[in-house]
Write a protein that binds this ligand. Structure first.
Ligand code: COA
Ligand code: AMP
Length: 247
């Protein structure tokens, strides 16, 4: 019989404010320990926690390698933003003014002065925002590493942060699903490394992408209109496991 896999998704909040969200894809033997691990995961107080456990209808597709990781440091934030806009224009034909204006929007609270819970979907040729109506943004789910602990160790040994573990898997799934390019700015006031990712560019870490202390951030997914439906379906429904980080 084919091995059964489960998606476990945890989210914790305090007085309605999001505190922590994490997910795993594991076989049956790891189910109980993983539920407990995710239950214990939030480091801050919470008053509401949900843990969803879902038997996957199909075994996850396994990808051999993640996107290739590169890192760039800049002496100031405007230079970093110019670099991102230049890369996306040169490699993907996305107008640099669209890119700069989208980054500025993310950094000033795109959602009535706050962040969106999910990604803003933008058509790369027109710069038009094409999120489904009244959407709070599209969230990528159902991704993990085949051997998460091994990959975590490898990344830490190379000087990357634990954040890279989840963000690299997420960005790899996005490209797999047809996202042409992604920009990510963390909403954590203390985390000022962002990234731009695509099949052509790899996973390009950018420091500093915002001012320390800023609570704003978000993700932009550039998706061509003709791929929109298929890509959004894949982001929410297709389970993906990744074997090796390309570092
Ligand atoms: N900020 C604000 N709201 C959030 C949120 C966040 N970071 N994450 C989830 N939510 C909200 C969603 O908007 C949704 O709200 P709604 O019920 O009002 O529509 C609700 O929580 C449930 O989200 P959904 O994605 O539908 O639920 P889920 O239980 O299937 O999965 C997560 C929850 C958090 C595990 C999943 O959305 C996710 O983010 N997985 C990736 C986790 C990860 O590795 N993140 C690292 C990225 S670097
Ligand atoms: P983080 O990297 O966790 O600080 O998240 C930065 C921003 O990315 C959040 O403010 C959300 O707008 C967005 N985001 C976080 N998680 C997801 C996800 N799973 N899918 C799509 N967008 C996300």
């Amino acid at each position: 019989m084919e091995e059964r896999f489960y998606s476990i998704r945890m989210r914790a909040s305090l007085e309605g404010k999001h505190i922590s969200g994490q997910e795993r894809i594991v076989p049956y033997q790891k189910l109980e320990e993983t539920i407990l691990e995710l239950h214990r995961r939030p480091s801050e107080d919470w008053d509401f926690q949900t843990i969803k456990v879902e038997l996957l209808k199909e075994p996850p597709q396994v990808l051999e390698k993640s996107l290739k990781v590169k890192s760039y440091k800049f002496s100031c934030i405007p230079l970093a933003h110019n670099f991102i806009a230049g890369l996306l224009e040169e490699e993907h034909g996305i107008n640099r003014h669209f890119v700069k204006s989208l980054i500025s929007k993310l950094l000033s609270g795109i959602n009535n002065g706050w962040n969106l819970p999910g990604a803003l979907i933008v058509e790369p040729t027109t710069g038009e925002v094409v999120n489904p109506k009244s959407s709070k943004g599209i969230r990528t789910i159902l991704f993990d590493w085949v051997e998460r602990e091994k990959v975590k160790k490898l990344l830490l040994e190379k000087g990357y942060t634990v954040r890279t573990l989840d963000a690299l898997a997420l960005a790899t799934k996005n490209v797999f699903c047809g996202v042409e390019a992604e920009i990510c700015i963390s909403d954590d006031p203390n985390y000022t490394t962002g990234y731009v990712a695509s099949a052509k560019l790899g996973y390009v870490r950018i420091f500093p992408i915002k001012e320390k202390g800023s609570p704003f951030g978000g993700r932009i997914y550039f998706v061509r209109r003709e791929n929109l439906e298929k890509t959004l379906e894949c982001l929410r429904k297709k389970p993906l496991l990744i074997k090796e980080p390309d570092i």
